[in-house]
Design a binder for this molecule. Sequence first.
Ligand SMILES: [Zn+2]
Length: 177
Amino acid sequence: MVDEILQNNDKGTEELSYLPSADIGDFFLREIRSREKFILEMGGETVKYLKRRFEGTKCSVCWDEVRQQAENDCISCFGTGIVGGYYDVLDIKVSLVNPAVKQITMQDHGMKSIIQPKSWTIWEPEISNKDIFVTKMNKRFWIVNVTPSLWRGLILRQSFDTELIEQSNIIYKIPVG
Ligand SMILES: [Zn+2]
């Protein structure tokens, strides 16, 4: 049911015939979002989320105007080229897939299907590739391959992959409280 809604309405151009009014559309949106939130509250874990800055004061320590590049080990911008590098830390809930688990084979009524589990979070805050999160054990990860599930152009859920950042990376110098 949900998948059907997602497919038919991902650009907001096709209206579903069984959604006669915007009011009922709002109802669906609230229902789906509250269900997503509930699932995450039950099974997710809290992490510190750092949103990467793409706008702001250029880093005077390392920014190379000619090559349009920052230094990866810069303590002022953490390799972003923008002073501070990241916005203030935010606690968010995420459902994380063990990186060792690449795919799961499901056996259901004799039918074999292969599922590729994805990490995910709810519709807000809006995450982007190269954002970072920090686990309770202070493991730090890049967020990559962000894929939002949309309904009428509104985000319901954001799926993503994770890449562990090496301990030697300057990213580990960012204070997260
Ligand atoms: Zn810098």
